[in-house]
Design a protein around this ligand. Structure first.
Ligand SMILES: O=C(O)CCC(=O)C(=O)O
Length: 367
């Protein structure tokens, strides 16, 4: 009890200090990357089972009108908004960002992924990029697979192979940007319109309301899904964070282009808070919820695609199960994703408590 009180006092003091700094316009967020970006070559993954991202139960769970708000002001002004967010685990903010902001951010993102060494933490390439690495009879991919077999359990949890620099064959390919799937840690990359999306007042206020006080932005990612770009299997974001389960964590997904069921929109499975606890995750095509949990049972019935227009923003709870399908269109799907937590509370470097809660295999669960 004494320890809990001390923790509450420390969190409150930290929150107050951060609130004071925010009055001067400073939103705590991840620092600049300390080195050139890590280059992650994703694995090539098998196709998802048919229907994994289809609407559940004949449209029963189509987006309800009261989960949709016209702008952040409408969300802030509604008495019922927060209660609705907590009950469903998400809300959709239509037109959260203006067309001018959205267009500028998207143009900057496209410029960023064309750079050879942008000032970001990491750039992820689709597994398809591996075909560019078989150069002059020297199969880099096979070499990397051999290295992976010698890795320890923690390295094996990584979803692809990581290099410190762009492999020569990729650096020499002008169209390599077309295979970029994700960029992490772009806020210090010198692109003002991208940065502005993270600091938009309406967004930060909504995050503060949901996280119960001043917030810090602890993760920023650009989610680029090129034509044929891979699915992101079903998961709960909290399964990726070393943050105590009782801490509220807010996911923010911003559409920078038209996003549809055809090009890989977010598909969420809203269930009541009592059924929204941590789910077992398994290392399969990704660190993910077992497909069978989403093709049958409660999550299957609740599957709800969330098509969005450029500038729309999805706010979602880190325990809301969600995923995105392969991009079956001929065009890129562009999006940003942020995560906020209460600024007074910390994440740790220790993966073990998280794996105890979310790790299916360790808990003896099967998939
Ligand atoms: O943008 C996507 O395709 C999926 C994003 C997502 O759910 C995640 O990275 O947690």
């Amino acid at each position: 009890m004494a320890a809990a009180t001390a923790c509450a006092l420390v969190c409150a003091a930290a929150t107050l200090a951060i609130r004071q700094r925010r009055r001067h316009g400073h939103l705590p967020r991840v620092g600049p990357p300390a080195h050139a970006p890590s280059i992650v070559l994703e694995k090539r993954i098998a196709a998802a089972p048919a229907g994994l991202y289809a609407r559940g139960d004949g449209g029963l769970y189509a987006l309800p009108a009261d989960a949709i708000f016209d702008g952040f002001e409408a969300f802030a002004a509604s008495e019922a908004a927060l209660a609705g967010f907590r009950a469903r685990g998400y809300v959709l903010i239509r037109g959260g960002f203006t067309p001018a902001t959205t267009d500028a951010a998207r143009a900057e993102l496209e410029a960023l992924i064309k750079e050879k060494s942008p000032a970001v933490a990491s750039v992820y390439y689709e597994g398809e990029a591996r075909r560019l690495l078989v150069v002059a009879g020297h199969d880099v991919e096979q070499q990397q697979q051999q290295q992976q077999q010698q890795q320890n359990w923690k390295q094996k949890l990584h979803l692809g192979s990581v290099a410190r620099a762009l492999p020569d064959a990729l650096a020499a390919a002008p169209a390599r940007w077309k295979l970029v799937r994700k960029v992490m840690g772009f806020l210090h990359s010198g692109y003002p319109a991208l940065l502005a999306t993270a600091e938009q007042r309406g967004l930060v206020r909504a995050a503060e309301a949901i996280c119960g006080g001043a917030v810090s932005l602890f993760q920023d990612m650009a989610m680029v899904k090129p034509p044929a770009g891979r699915e992101k299997p079903w998961h709960q974001d909290h399964a990726y964070f070393n943050i105590a389960l009782e801490q509220p964590v807010l996911g923010v997904w911003v559409a920078l282009s038209e996003v549809t069921e055809h090009n890989g929109c977010m598909v969420v499975a809203p269930v009541p808070p009592s059924a929204r606890g941590p789910r077992s995750h398994f290392m399969r095509r990704d660190w993910q919820i077992c497909d069978s949990e989403v093709t049958a049972g409660r999550l299957a019935g609740a599957r709800t695609p969330v098509p969005m227009r450029p500038g729309d923003v999805l706010l979602f709870d880190s325990l809301l199960a969600h995923g995105t399908d392969t991009n079956r269109s001929a065009d890129h799907r562009w999006a940003l994703q942020y995560h906020f937590k209460n600024a007074g509370c910390r994440s740790t470097a220790d993966d073990v408590p998280r794996l105890v809660v979310f790790g299916g295999e360790g808990r003896g669960a099967t998939c």
